[in-house]
Design a binder for this molecule. Structure first.
Ligand code: NAD
Length: 509
């Protein structure tokens, strides 16, 4: 008896969902197959554009910019309001596409679309709050102020694992800031990208905004490279591996463009002796095994005090054995497939390396459903006890492997948390306020996200999202991340009728 949906069934569901979102179905007749990780079979096919197409796209976006930048920001907000309404209306459709293209469970896929709705609502409010400061001048009869202006064309390169939310974080904010967006989605998830872009096109048409404010270029890394190199792209926002960021960052800097890099993570939780182990176990399992370990914020390390390590590991192992693994569209599934065979291979390689480096595999690591779907890669999330933080632990393996490490003093635990190249997310589980504060202090966690009594993943859009070191240093989404999408002008206004110079400089003519 088969438990996975048939290829025909998935293809039909994808086509219908894309059609309801307004995708021109002729675009689903290209020569590039889109593979579903749910069964490893073709879901649709699309036509890829190539690097030569990017120039025309950026030029059209530049023309849209010149019109859009003079539209008042609260009016720009009306476009984003409509986009948010359409996303809400098509939450289930987009959720289906995300689920079928990248293997997220229905709940997580719809959660991703909810995040898109949330950022639109945030951006609509922001459209009336793009505040500058008024600053005291040292000169009588003078005033200093800051004005924030639209920046220019924003290029967005996104990763497979948040195929649409990352675009929306950038797009909702960019549009209210007065900037058009050119999007190069992951080549693994073009359908959900085309569907999101179709909804934006509809919002643009209905609100009378310039047609080329939102454009999508479906293609491979060469299209990304063309966007990176294009002098007409004022801000390049790139989400993906550290390897990709290492190629992109210097190229953009070389032409004095702005970049916003959201790269790999290697996120840890410290579990102290006073932690509530029930809550801790649930928090860890969601962050470590959810999304089959394929979030940038996935928890990859647990740093547990020696007094609780045994008990915690037992609880985690018991919870891992109960995890329902299978088709992401089936009710009750909590762990779907890995994205492709290369992800499976990197998981197996890492498990082997960990054991060679002294680790003990305590649960998981095996493959599931291989007979039924030889080209789909379902795995049992794994836990490996490590005596110390070896090389393999310090790398990001984009799969559900959780390394458990011991510590004796909080200083040692914080040092282990920070002793990896990446700096995205981190957490501490404790009932001791002093320990929590110590973790959040200047000499505590060095990550962009530091949590208390909650896992490392599942951020809300209200805060700024991003991390330090090899995670790239960018901040997106809420708080004041909008400032990256605008240029700041400092204005000095003289109403004194005199011309005193700053710093008391004399220049008598
Ligand atoms: P990836 O680096 O393979 O690809 C990401 C995107 O970059 C794709 O669209 C790809 O076509 C493009 N690309 C690749 N090489 C390029 C180049 N030289 N120039 C321009 N574009 C190029 O990443 P992936 O496998 O899709 O995603 C997984 C990775 O993304 C993980 O490392 C994960 O941690 C990271 N990620 C980070 C965040 C974050 O916010 N920090 C969020 C999601 C994913």
């Amino acid at each position: 008896m088969t438990t996975l949906p048939t290829a025909d069934d998935l293809a039909r569901r994808a086509r219908e969902a894309a059609g309801r979102c307004g995708v021109d179905l002729d675009r689903l007749a290209g020569d590039r197959p889109v593979t579903s990780p749910v069964n490893g079979r073709p879901l649709a096919s699309v036509r890829w554009q190539d690097a030569a197409d990017v120039d025309g796209v950026v030029i059209r976006a530049g023309e849209a910019f010149r019109a859009w930048r003079t539209v008042p920001a609260p009016v720009r907000g009306q476009l984003v309001r409509r986009l948010g309404e359409l996303l809400r209306e098509h939450k289930a459709d987009l959720g289906v596409l995300v689920s079928l293209e990248v293997g997220k469970t229905t709940s997580e896929a719809e959660g991703e679309v909810q995040e898109m709705v949330d950022i639109c609502e945030f951006a609509v409010g922001l459209s009336r709050q793009l505040y500058g400061r008024t600053i005291s001048s040292e000169r009588p009869g003078h005033r200093l102020m800051e004005t924030w202006h639209p920046l220019g064309v924003v290029g967005v390169i996104s990763a497979f694992n948040f195929p649409v939310a990352v675009w929306s974080w950038n797009t909702a904010i960019a549009l209210v800031c007065g900037d058009p967006v050119v999007w190069k989605p992951s080549e693994l998830a073009p359908l959900s990208a085309l569907a999101s872009a179709a909804l934006l096109d509809r919002a643009i048409a209905e609100t009378g905004a310039p047609a080329d404010l939102g454009q999508v270029v479906v293609g491979g890394p060469d299209v990304g490279e063309a966007l990176v190199a294009h002098p007409g792209v004022a801000l390049l926002s790139a989400t993906g591996s550290t390897r990709m960021g290492r190629a992109v960052g210097p190229r953009v800097a070389d032409r004095f463009g702005r970049s916003l890099l959201e790269l790999g993570g290697n996120n840890a939780a410290i579990v102290t002796p006073s932690a509530d182990l029930d809550l801790t176990t649930r928090g860890i399992v969601f962050s470590a095994a959810g999304t089959a370990g394929q979030r940038c914020t996935t928890m990859r390390r647990v740093i547990a005090h020696v007094d609780v390590l045994e008990q915690l590991t037992e609880r985690l192992v018991a919870a891992y054995r109960r995890l329902p693994i299978g088709s992401p569209t089936a009710e009750g599934t909590l762990v779907g497939p890995l994205i492709h065979d290369a992800a499976y291979k990197s998981m197996q390689d890492a498990l082997q390396a960990a054991q060679q480096q002294g680790g003990e595999l305590v649960v998981g690591g095996g493959r599931r459903l291989a007979d039924e779907a030889p080209d789909a890669y379902y795995v049992e999330p794994a836990i490996v006890r490590m005596p110390e933080q070896t090389d393999v632990v310090r790398q990001e393996t984009f799969a559900p492997i959780l390394y458990v490490l011991p510590y004796r003093t909080l200083e040692e635990a914080i040092a282990l948390n920070n002793d990896v190249p990446q700096g995205l997310s981190s957490s501490i589980f404790t009932s001791d306020q002093a320990e929590a504060e110590r973790f959040l202090a200047a000499d505590g966690s060095d990550c962009g996200i530091a949590n208390v009594n909650i896992g490392t993943s599942g951020a809300e859009i209200g805060g700024a999202f991003g991390g330090e070191k090899h995670t790239g240093g960018g901040r997106e989404s809420g708080s004041d991340a909008w400032r990256s999408y605008m240029r700041r002008a400092t204005n000095t206004i003289n109403y004194s009728g005199e011309l005193p110079l700053a710093q008391g400089v004399e220049f008598p003519i």
